[in-house]
Design a protein around this ligand. Structure first.
Ligand code: ADP
Ligand code: MG
Ligand code: MG
Length: 197
């Protein structure tokens, strides 16, 4: 059976999750960075919802990519923009079911790594994306991909950062997960919620 996923609903669910998680994501980025990740993600996704409202009928992930690439600050804004861009391309090419998502996450992660040069274990969003990619590539469903992303994000709590601002603070962030990995895991949680309610 082919599961197709309502792309706009995934983005709106993600926006709601980012509003709910805002204070927790802010606290995580205060520990390991400059404290703006909660704002960046929430405001970016609020902007995506406004874009979806203003441009109905446009490909949802293309709208989302445009907002994050052009308007969202921080290191995470353009990187999440690249993820959205590749997901949008892949869903257009392969359909908005599991195959499309597997291809989109694979290409999105590759683009993020080309630009950011982070490897798994560097304590970045790559640590949530790589397990999700591996799960989808291995044929897993969306709920298992979300579990993999969340487990990857949680495991960053034990990693000393080698990339991004968190690499400047050393021990201080140990014990708390990386904000970007946590925030990206919420995308997969949203996808699983919409696909398998
Ligand atoms: P900034 O550090 O510029 O304020 P944000 O707060 O928006 O950026 O985002 C911080 C998150 O960006 C980190 O938690 C990490 O997950 C992610 N990040 C930082 N550097 C990289 C990188 N080189 N590759 C992938 N993700 C990164
Ligand atoms: Mg920050
Ligand atoms: Mg910043």
């Amino acid at each position: 059976m082919t599961v197709t996923v309502d792309q706009e609903k995934v983005l709106r669910t993600y926006a709601e999750a980012a509003r709910t998680a805002h204070d927790a994501l802010t606290a995580l980025d205060q520990l390991s960075g400059d404290g703006d990740f909660g704002d960046n993600l929430r405001e970016g996704l609020d902007g995506v919802e406004a874009g979806l409202d203003a441009r109905p009928g446009e490909a949802p992930f293309a709208v989302a990519a445009g907002v994050f690439l052009d308007e969202v600050g921080g290191t995470s804004g353009p990187l999440i923009g690249l993820l959205f861009q590749e997901v949008g391309r892949a869903l257009a090419a392969h359909g908005d079911g599991r195959e499309g998502w597997a291809a989109g996450v694979r290409e999105g992660l590759a683009a993020i790594q080309r630009v950011g040069e982070a490897e798994p274990g560097d304590r970045t969003m790559v640590d949530a994306l790589a397990p999700a990619r591996d799960a989808l590539d291995g044929g897993a469903g969306f709920a298992d991909a979300a579990r993999a992303a969340l487990a990857g994000a949680r495991a960053t709590a034990d990693i000393r950062a080698r990339r991004g601002r968190a690499s400047y603070v050393g021990e201080r962030a140990l014990g708390a997960p990386d904000p970007g990995a946590t925030g990206v895991a919420l995308l997969f949680w949203s996808l699983a919620r919409v696909a398998e309610p």
